[in-house]
Design a protein around this ligand. Structure first.
Ligand SMILES: Nc1ncnc2c1ncn2[C@@H]1O[C@H](COP(=O)(O)OP(=O)(O)OP(=O)(O)O)[C@@H](O)[C@H]1O
Ligand SMILES: [Mg+2]
Length: 285
């Protein structure tokens, strides 16, 4: 039940797709992680990528900015093939992207302001200090952290760190923002703050957003389109209601958070652990 999104792709105007992936495969040794994936990402839209842990979501979005090179296949940005560019040319292409890494890693030895300035300094020869300070101020207010310039990451909560990482990701006013698990590890309220920020950014700068998440509440809230990866392929692709009503049992299992047969087999095989999870009071009347 592999979805055929070819016809959809063909019907969309070339200009509407800011990123195009053609027949992308990625292997690590004998481990085939991505298996002949083709995908067009529409400009200005929010695309959410879901799928079980280890299915290749991070590997896929790393290919979109060529942090990983394909084993075979091609990646295009605005109609230009980028997967085969040398590093110096890639760095230029990457200035169009903001990337919120899984875990939202900030540089612990740098202040909040220095963290946000980092991508700007990396890509441009900056001589004017005041301009950068102004930029930090604007980005911090966008994520609701006015006045946090001189804090160090160690003094911030998980949610605040993610927001600083988001401020850093948008420092260069990117056309495309890639978010890898932006709400993982946050409680539902803090997750919702991040979701609201993603929605707010979309109205403000109008970037194209690609978001990897396990969190279906977030996915339904922010996505124009949801793509599910499974065993190296796209098994579902459409809007929230398409995904909710999708007939593929793996899709239903994933979105409803039910445990699969494979997982059950693992639990059964580890019988003693399984049994000790029950406390005596579980058996009391
Ligand atoms: N640099 C690498 N070298 C070798 N194998 C890798 C590398 N990066 C990822 N993999 C493998 O590729 C597969 C997919 O990894 P990936 O990180 O994309 O999963 P994921 O879907 O993002 O999972 P999660 O939801 O846990 O973040 C895994 O089997 C992983 O071990
Ligand atoms: Mg991942």
């Amino acid at each position: 039940m592999i979805e055929n999104n070819k016809s959809k792709q063909d019907s969309e105007k070339e200009g509407g797709e800011i990123i195009v992936v053609k027949n992308l495969s990625k292997k690590f040794g004998s481990n085939v992680v991505l298996d002949n994936i083709s995908l067009g990402i529409e400009k200005g839209k929010t695309t959410v990528i879901i799928g079980p842990s280890g299915c290749g979501k991070t590997v896929l979005i790393k290919h979109l900015i060529v942090l990983l090179r394909p084993s075979s296949g091609e990646v295009y940005y605005k109609g230009v093939r980028i997967d085969n560019l040398p590093d110096d040319k890639l760095n230029k292409v990457r200035t169009n992207f903001g990337f919120l890494f899984q875990g939202g890693a900030l540089f612990d030895s740098l202040s909040v302001a220095e963290n946000i300035k980092f991508p700007v300094k990396q890509h441009y020869k900056v001589t004017e200090r005041s301009g950068l300070d102004e930029l930090v101020k604007t980005k911090l207010s966008l994520v609701g952290l006015e006045g946090y310039q001189d804090y160090y990451p160690a003094k911030l909560s998980g949610g605040q760190k993610k927001r600083v990482a988001l401020a850093r990701a948008i420092a260069l006013n990117p056309e495309v923002i890639l978010y890898d698990e932006p709400t993982t590890g946050l409680d539902p309220i803090r997750s919702d703050v991040i979701n609201e920020l993603i929605l707010k950014l979309r109205q403000g700068l109008g970037p194209t957003s690609i978001i990897v998440t396990h969190d279906m509440t977030s996915a339904y809230k922010i996505a124009d389109r949801i793509i599910m990866l499974y065993e190296g392929k796209i098994i579902a692709d459409g809007d929230a209601s398409h995904i909710r009503n999708h007939p593929h049992p793996v899709v239903q299992q994933f979105i409803n958070g039910r445990i699969g047969e494979d997982d059950l087999a693992v639990l059964r095989a580890s019988g003693t652990i399984f049994q000790t999870q029950y406390l005596p009071r579980d058996f009391e009347k």
